[in-house]
Design a protein. Structure first.
Lengths: 85, 145
C-alpha cells in the first residue's frame, strides 16, 4: 500500500524534507502504526516521532486520531500542534 | 460565506461593508488579529487550511443562525503590527454575532493548520501551542448540554 506523506513546520525542518511517497509494510494499517514505523527509522525520525513528541495527523486533509485506518493513495500529514490566529 | 487564505493584506472596513446591506442583518461583529512586536513567518497546509476554516464557519452558522461569515487568514512573512487574521460575522442580533465571532477564533486557533515561526535578531523559533488555546476551544464543547 502506497501513501503520500507530508511534514510541516518544525517537523519538516527536523526531518529535512516536506514529504515523500512511501510503500507501507502490510502490518502498517493505522496512523499510529505509521508513526511507529517512521520512528523506527531512528535519527531525526526517532526524535520527531518519539513517545514524547507532540505530533498531530491529518488524512486526506481531515484531522484524525491515531487509530484511523489507512488506505492506498491516502495523503497523510504529520505536524506539530497548530499556532495560527 | 467567504474564506480566503492569502499572502497579501486585507481591508477590514471593505470586508465589513461587503456583508452589510441585507435587510435581515442587524449586527456585524468583527475581530482583527495583529502581529505584536516580532517579525514572523506563517506556514500553512494549503488546501486543508481552507477546508478547516470552512468547517468551523459552517458550524458557527448552524449554532447561531448567523447570516454570513467572512474569514481571511494570511500566511508568509509578516512584520510587527501587520494584520494576520480577520473574522466578520453578520447576524440578526449582536449576541449571535459576538458569540459566533469568538467561537470561530477559538476554533481557528486550535484546528486550522497554521504554524508561526518568530524571528528575533538572527534567531528563529517556532511558536509553541498554548494549553490556554485548547481550553478556550473546549469551552464551546462544554456548553453543549
Amino acid at each position: 500500500m502506497r501513501v503520500r506523506l507530508l511534514f510541516f513546520a518544525s517537523l519538516r525542518e527536523q526531518l529535512g524534507t516536506s514529504g515523500e511517497e512511501l510503500d507501507l509494510p502490510s502490518e502498517v494499517t493505522t496512523v499510529a502504526a505509521l508513526r511507529e514505523h517512521l520512528m523506527q527509522r531512528g535519527g531525526a525520525y526517532g526524535k520527531a516521532f518519539g513517545g514524547k513528541a507532540l505530533v498531530r495527523a491529518a488524512v486526506n486533509q481531515d484531522m484524525v486520531q491515531p487509530s484511523t485506518r489507512l488506505k492506498a493513495g491516502d495523503e497523510v500529514a504529520f505536524f506539530p500542534p497548530v499556532t495560527g490566529g | 460565506m467567504r474564506i480566503a487564505v492569502q499572502r497579501h493584506d486585507f481591508d477590514a472596513g471593505a470586508e465589513i461593508r461587503r456583508l452589510a446591506g441585507d435587510g435581515s442583518i442587524g449586527a456585524i461583529a468583527s475581530f482583527v488579529g495583529l502581529v505584536r512586536d516580532v517579525q514572523m513567518t506563517l506556514e500553512h497546509y494549503a488546501g486543508m487550511t481552507e477546508r478547516e476554516i470552512a468547517k468551523i464557519a459552517h458550524e458557527a452558522v448552524k449554532r447561531w443562525s448567523v447570516i454570513d461569515v467572512t474569514v481571511i487568514h494570511r500566511f508568509g512573512e509578516l512584520q510587527p503590527a501587520e494584520q494576520i487574521v480577520l473574522v466578520v460575522v453578520a447576524a440578526a442580533h449582536r449576541g449571535e454575532a459576538f458569540a459566533a465571532c469568538e467561537f470561530i477564533m477559538d476554533y481557528l486557533k486550535t484546528r486550522a493548520p497554521f504554524w508561526k515561526k518568530e524571528h528575533r535578531g538572527g534567531a528563529e523559533e517556532w511558536v509553541q501551542a498554548k494549553a490556554s488555546d485548547d481550553a478556550a476551544a473546549e469551552r464551546w464543547t462544554a456548553k453543549e448540554e
